[in-house]
Unconditional design. Sequence first.
Length: 295
Amino acid sequence: MMTFHYLVDQLVNGLILSSMYALVAIGFSMIYGILRLINFAHGDILTTGLASLAGLGLPFPLVLLIVLIAGAAVGMLIERTTFWPMRGSPQVTGFIASLAVSIILENLAIMILSAQPRTFRIPAYLNTLLNFGPVSIRVIDLMIVVLAIILMIALASFVRFTKVGIAMRATAENYDVARLMGININRMIMLALAIGSALATVADLMWGGEYGQISPLMGVLPGLKAFVAAVIGGVGSISGAVLGGYILGMAEVLFVDLLPPALSGYRNAFVFGALIVVLLVLPNGLLGRNTETRA
């Protein structure tokens, strides 16, 4: 029989999973909002192995800073080498290119990390248990939720209140008008890739800390699920990506834990089934809106 304590534990697990989905989904939405391109390589940025820096004995805040900077650099490199030369090409060209980048990242990760999963070690204090009434939670779990919320609030504030953020929104709205207003379109696109990739590598760090291992293909399935979350919320909407991430993460955990054990193996089918339902009922997602197709 399910107890209140068990239900609270599962809600906490759902909150942790949702926070990681939301961070990756934001990157999908930012890139689509400006480029009108689904970057299928976005989830594979989690496979870059940057989380393995935590095993070098560096202070964890320093590891987080390095991961943010390195992730942004990876995003800018992908934009300069792949998407920039194809600017103005048909959308299908960008889709194919992003798939190629995805395969390259996966194989590079296999070459660097080897094909076998590796143990992910975090400082001992991050495994300390904290008690909040009936709930016991590790410091790393609490950090994942709090850090995700801080990063999402910081990003929302940046996009809404800063000149650069307003320029990014203008670019997402209309290239030609933004260019006439003196906005450097190429710089805004590169910045969107950098921010989205940085958030994805932070999710990489969170994933390794939560599950205790990293592997070359660790980002494939989470990346696809984060894409589903972005679609549920409305691709192109940052707030929609956050909402979709939390809805999907909570629903996935509750699907596994509240339904009979015989159905728990179908959690991935549930996730992608939810995508089909959303596309049938709300083609633009919960917070999405119709946009013109950009050549």
